[in-house]
Design a protein around this ligand. Structure first.
Ligand code: AP5
Length: 214
């Protein structure tokens, strides 16, 4: 099964993706996490990506497309995958369409996670994440069991560099200009299923399962 999760920054794409991964045992491909890893390793890609990410801009399409092409060709992606945060521009969507056609595959589900900008700005200031395994927390809605430590790998959880208010606002502007038009683009091709990004986190797995299996 191949699933794409669309939605503005902070709407809950990563949270939904991890739930789907847990239910259907298919890997999540999060371009944001892959780029953050490249930045922390100071690889050639990371050095370029950092200059865009710290300002809340999109990393150039050709770099991200290459990263995704390599990742979806890996062995664990054969049975399916969840795309979280990719594509983010019509150009990326066109390249993905070509990649999937070459592999003789198609998307099974496109899910759009919706949340208003004001709620996103408030929420992201309280997000913390694990730099090691990528687990996502919220200091009020989903706090870790042990204060400051990841439930899954006991690593110290951190606030993301781009979760400062002025960068969040710019990420939202970039979303509305470059990524939101993708919803119409996909609606002409597949049924885009909508989910609210503020559904009670405890019932989220049940709601997601119903959406996918309906
Ligand atoms: P990326 O890491 O993908 O960031 P983003 O799209 O801005 O999305 P976020 O990860 O901030 O939020 P999310 O929607 O996953 O929400 P989450 O589940 O964490 O990208 C970062 C940067 O990398 C980009 O700005 C760009 O520079 C670059 N990049 C990445 N992909 C690229 C691409 N394809 N092309 C070019 N550049 C690219 O939830 C947010 C918070 O809300 C958490 O605290 C969570 O616990 C909480 N929460 C979630 N759901 C609920 C709920 N139902 N109820 C209550 N709280 C909830």
């Amino acid at each position: 099964m191949r699933i794409m999760i669309l939605g503005p920054p902070g709407s809950g794409k990563g949270t939904c993706s991890k739930i789907i991964e847990e239910i259907y045992k298919i890997p999540v491909i999060t371009t944001g996490d892959m780029l953050r890893e490249a930045v922390s390793k100071e690889s050639p890609l990371g050095i370029i990506a950092k200059t865009y990410m710290e300002k809340g801009e999109l990393v150039p399409d050709d770099l991200v497309n290459k990263l995704v092409k390599e990742r979806i060709s890996e062995k664990d992606s054969v049975k399916g995958f969840i795309l979280d945060g990719y594509p983010r521009s019509i150009k990326q969507a066109q390249v993905l369409e070509e990649m999937l056609a070459e592999m003789g595959k198609k998307l099974d589900h496109v899910i759009n996670v919706v949340l208003e900008d004001e709620a996103i700005i408030t929420r992201l200031s309280l997000r913390r994440s694990c730099p090691k395994c990528g687990a996502i927390y919220h200091l009020i809605n989903k706090p870790p069991k042990k204060q400051g430590l990841c439930d899954l790998c006991n690593t110290k959880i951190v606030q993301r560099e781009d979760d400062k208010e002025e960068v969040i606002k710019h990420r939202l502007e970039v979303y509305w200009e470059k990524t939101q038009p993708l919803i119409d683009w996909y609606e002409k091709r597949v049924k885009v299923k909508k989910i609210r990004g503020d559904i009670d986190i405890n019932i989220l797995p049940k709601v997601i399962k119903e959406i996918i299996e309906s």
